[in-house]
Design a binder for this molecule. Structure first.
Ligand SMILES: [Ca+2]
Ligand SMILES: [Ca+2]
Length: 526
């Protein structure tokens, strides 16, 4: 049934695309392979908090456009914008109009200008797509709630009694389902008209406006079946049709799904024919916990799950996002830990996403507003974010923690991010190579071999605050040429011992006698 609905919808969307206006600006490098996201470095932006150009205390599209030079110098190649649509909330995850932009952020022309300016710099932009629910103030819901005979009544999910596992909220007649809260009524995707309407939305943004894809919010919650509210077969089926549809609208379009908590086995169930990538929470927790605990078990087990279920490493990675305490707060302000976690993120497999401000070590703990505070650009008033009154007070740390100060300091976290992003882009083995865990015989030491057919890179990371001399690296798979191989450091000017291999393997190798606390070595092996 679903399949037939989607094939009809596909035809409609292809036909309507023919008559639509051409995109604002061509996406960069249309001739590239259809998997540009595998070589991207993403940057997540909360528009309200990035940069305010008109003094109303709210970040705007023009503000992001003005800061594109900064983002280009950081080295990122793609941006995810958190919701940009009109919404009664400050965060925007309850949308009232999917075809418009939030007037607090600017006009549609401002947005198109941002998109064109980004594309000029070969930076792609994806936007948040909130499929699971609308705002309770969306006109569909207003009509559904006031008139049970309206066609929009069946756009939502209703119960006469509201009994069950929660999530039911009293409407004008009966109860409606809203998993997250009463202001976010869930859409009813068992109604094909809802699917038709939301596919029109994706077509509008991909074809008429020209965005490069979507971050799909709350993907696992789309369709409830018999009280099951996560990852149902109906949800997977729906995304298969969705995939066909948006790839028809734009074959280069990219989607990354938020399946909160997903590890490799769940990611596997969504990728290939439903969404292009899913955020790998297992890997991200591995990065953060391994650095915080000074032990490699977290990241090692995340990699083992990836080898088992996602051996092509086609997933998205991050340290923390807008729903979690900022990683610098998790590390209690320890810059060494922040640098080490960034190293793991930017030398590992998967497409890395950096949360705005992470690159300068902004702190922030829940409530949510405080993990989404204004960007700290300088030590001037309001962190240089606005000349007006910021929508929420900036973090008091801004006088020392800000972009301006870190640009001037070659040892800063910002420079560390810049260096590693550049290194990743310069070395195909880091960008998209295979990965193999290297035995270290010391739990505080993590080592990984990244490889393409032309390049071998060995990453060695001391996760702890103590120097390590008691260690030995071993590889028990035939993955290298035989002989005495040259090992050269790509970052620090240090001398490494040559690597003796036999049957493509090595045993008890020590490139250096001692690895200092939180030190990372990135070696090229030739
Ligand atoms: Ca503004
Ligand atoms: Ca739902």
């Amino acid at each position: 049934m679903l399949k037939r609905i989607f094939s009809t919808l596909l035809l409609i969307s292809v036909l309507s695309a023919c008559g639509s206006t051409s995109p604002t600006a061509a996406s960069p490098a249309q001739t590239e392979p259809a998997t540009w996201w595998n070589e991207a470095v993403f940057y997540e932006i909360f528009v309200r908090s990035f940069y305010d150009t008109d003094g109303n205390g709210i970040g705007d599209f023009n503000g992001i456009a003005q800061k594109l030079d900064y983002l280009e110098s950081l080295g990122i190649t793609a941006i995810w914008l958190m919701p940009i649509h009109p919404s009664p909330s400050y965060h925007g995850y309850d949308v009232t109009d999917y075809y418009a932009v939030n007037p607090e952020y600017g006009t549609m022309d401002d947005f198109k200008n941002l998109l064109a300016e980004a594309h000029k710099r070969d930076i792609r932009i994806i936007i948040d797509l909130v499929l699971n629910h609308t705002s309770s103030q969306h006109p569909w819901f207003a009509e559904a709630n006031s008139n049970p005979n309206s066609k929009y009544h069946d756009y939502y999910i209703w119960s006469e009694t509201g009994e069950g596992d929660g999530g039911w909220h009293q409407g004008n007649q009966g109860y409606y389902f809203g998993l997250f809260w009463e202001g976010m009524p869930d859409l009813n995707y068992n109604n094909p008209e809802v699917t038709t309407d939301m596919l029109k939305v994706t077509g509008f943004w991909l074809t008429d406006i020209g965005v490069d894809g979507f971050r799909v919010d709350a993907a696992k919650h789309l369709i409830e079946v018999d009280g099951k509210r996560e990852n149902t077969p109906a949800t997977h089926e729906w995304f298969k049709g969705f995939y066909e549809s948006y790839k028809q609208q734009n074959p280069q379009a990219y989607t990354v799904g938020e399946v909160f908590g997903a590890g490799s086995s769940v990611i596997k169930s969504y990728t290939g024919d439903q969404l292009d990538q899913i955020f790998n929470f297992e890997m991200s927790n591995g990065f953060v916990n391994s650095v915080n605990g000074g032990a490699n078990s977290g990241i090692t087990s995340a990699f083992k799950f990836a080898f088992q279920d996602m051996p092509d490493f086609n997933y998205a990675t991050f340290l923390t996002n807008h729903d979690q305490n900022r990683v610098m707060s998790v590390f209690n302000g320890d810059t060494d830990k922040a640098k080490t976690a960034a190293t793991l993120l930017l030398t590992s497999t998967g497409t890395p996403f950096i949360y705005f401000g992470e690159e300068i070590g902004m702190t922030g703990k829940k409530p949510d507003e405080d993990i989404r505070l204004p960007m700290q650009w300088s030590s001037s008033e309001n962190a240089g974010f606005t000349i007006g009154l910021p929508w929420r007070a900036v973090n008091a740390e801004y006088e020392t923690v800000n972009v301006e100060a870190q640009v001037e300091n070659p040892d800063s976290l910002l420079h560390h991010y810049q260096t590693l992003i550049q290194l990743r882009k310069d070395h195909p083995a880091l960008l998209s190579g295979n990965a193999t865990l290297i035995e270290t015989e010391n739990t505080a030491l993590f080592a990984l071999l990244r490889q393409t057919t032309d390049e071998n890179i060995l990453i060695v990371v001391n996760l702890g605050d103590k120097s390590i001399s008691d260690y030995a690296l071993s590889l028990e798979k035939n993955l290298l040429a035989d002989g005495s191989l040259t090992v050269s450091s790509l970052l620090d000017p240090i001398q490494a011992q040559p690597l003796k291999t036999k049957n493509g393997q090595f045993k008890d190798y020590k490139p250096v006698d001692e690895v200092p606390p939180y030190q990372t070595y990135i070696f090229q092996i030739k």
